[in-house]
Design a protein. Structure first.
Length: 150
């Protein structure tokens, strides 16, 4: 996980519509940047819907939400449509940004070891500095937790 107080690495990725977004596009706004394992899984859906529910309050506080997973643009589009997600989700199938933000890690599930995304959320200030880094994220609690940090 990246440390608080450092400049958040810039990146450019496609969103659920195929349009590209860079972190630097959001200078002047706070950014809740969250990394999640997979579209349409129980935890990831709870987390995304929690951010969707709180999105008006998040915007009132001058922030945006960006979600990133290794899923495809098509998967993200289906996920966005199915749950009416009002924020941007970005596709990183090559794990470039996942690795840049140190969230692509070895995971153990039922004794099987594989590489995957460790659920992590960063709060980035208007100048692009990481002001909060939250690891071991509980999917259901994370959206409210981040809203309170704004």
């Amino acid at each position: 996980m990246l440390e608080e107080g450092i400049k958040a690495p810039d990146f450019t990725l496609p969103d659920q519509n195929g349009d590209t977004h860079s972190l630097s596009d959001y200078r002047g706004q706070k950014v809740i940047l969250y990394f999640y394992p997979r579209d349409n899984t129980a935890g990831c859906t709870k987390q995304a819907c929690g951010f969707a529910e709180r999105y008006p309050q998040i915007q009132e506080k001058g922030a945006v939400v960006l979600g990133i997973s290794k899923d495809s643009v098509r998967s993200h589009k289906n996920f966005e449509t199915k749950y009416s997600l009002p924020f941007t989700i970005l596709s990183d199938p090559e794990h470039q940004v996942l690795e840049l933000y140190d969230v692509w890690k070895e995971k153990k599930n039922y004794g099987k070891v594989s590489m995957g995304t460790v659920r992590t959320t960063y709060l980035i200030d208007e100048e692009g500095t990481i002001i909060k880094a939250v690891g071991k994220v509980k999917a259901a609690d994370n959206p409210e937790q981040m809203l309170q940090m704004l």
